[in-house]
Design a protein around this ligand. Structure first.
Ligand code: 6PG
Length: 268
């Protein structure tokens, strides 16, 4: 995938002693980060389809994944098993799918509208519903029906893509919000005071039940929080991104050098 495949040398290291199954890959540039993440996505898709006949993936929003989606829509177009791939969202802004803030709209414009994925394989969050709690409950039912899991069982995604904000939030689980405490629901309407808005978001039970969780994080504005998330065992309230620890799954942090600039020498 892409011209840089052979010359990329991601610096990989384990998050010992925190978790044996977590890995950090530091790439020199954002483009190399996207290439590495795209290669991993394609590898996981092939693995999932051969093991279970389908690949279930939850997309993240924000700006960082655009580079990955563009690559999957171009270089990966011939490689991903689109008819066996099922798309969900880990979070969504409380807006219609036509809104410029919509995570669905971003993914549709940069990926889904450009690849032969059957429309029935795309499960967006109906965030146009003015009742955010009802939208969250409806999406939880969508997950339970698709994965055929009754409460309290938790659906197990093959891959959940995540980003991290400069405040340490991930999906739409922001510091100091009620959503951080949710232990049983799969999807919540999380009120975010600083945004004066609800966000629809997967909860930690879903994030930590996944087979694979891949964080894509770039830029110096995230470096100091990232150091705290990945290296600090300090006291105090952990950043939400630090609470993503798959129970029985693989966790990979794809970082560009700018985002990794605050990490200990070993990682840079
Ligand atoms: C969202 C996201 C959110 C995102 C981070 C990072 O809806 O905004 O899902 O969790 O991943 O805010 O966003 P950037 O990639 O734009 O920095």
């Amino acid at each position: 995938m892409g011209s840089g495949a052979l010359c990329r040398h991601p610096r990989r290291y384990k998050l010992s002693p925190l978790s044996a199954s977590a890995e950090i890959r530091v790439l020199t540039t954002p483009q190399e980060l996207f290439e590495e993440a795209a290669e991993e996505t394609i590898r996981l898709a092939a693995e999932a389809v051969s093991a279970r006949g389908r690949f279930t993936v939850a997309l993240s929003g924000g700006s960082t994944p655009k580079g990955l989606f563009n690559l999957l829509a171009t270089n990966g177009r011939a490689t991903l098993p689109w008819d066996r791939t099922f798309f969900f969202w880990g979070d969504e802004r409380h807006v219609p799918p036509t809104d410029s803030d919509s995570n669905y709209r971003m993914a549709n414009e940069t990926l889904l509208s450009k690849v032969p994925v059957p429309p029935g394989n795309v499960f967006r969050i109906a965030a146009e519903n003015p009742d955010a709690a009802a939208a969250a409950a409806a999406y939880e039912q969508t997950l339970r029906k698709f994965f055929e899991t009754d409460a309290p069982a938790v659906p197990r995604f093959d891959l959940i893509l995540l980003g991290m904000g400069p405040d340490g939030h991930t999906a739409s689980l922001f510091p100091g919000t009620a959503g951080l405490q949710e232990k049983s629901r799969l999807v919540i309407a999380n009120w975010v005071e600083k945004l004066k808005a609800y966000r629809l978001s997967f909860t930690f039970p879903v994030l930590n039940a996944a087979r694979n969780v891949d964080f894509l994080v770039g830029g110096t504005d995230k470096a100091s929080v990232l150091r705290s998330v990945l290296e600090d065992d300090g006291a105090g309230e952990p950043y939400p991104a630090k609470l993503v620890r798959p129970n029985d799954g693989r966790l990979i942090w794809f970082l560009d050098r700018a985002a990794a600039s605050g990490l200990s020498a070993a990682a840079k």
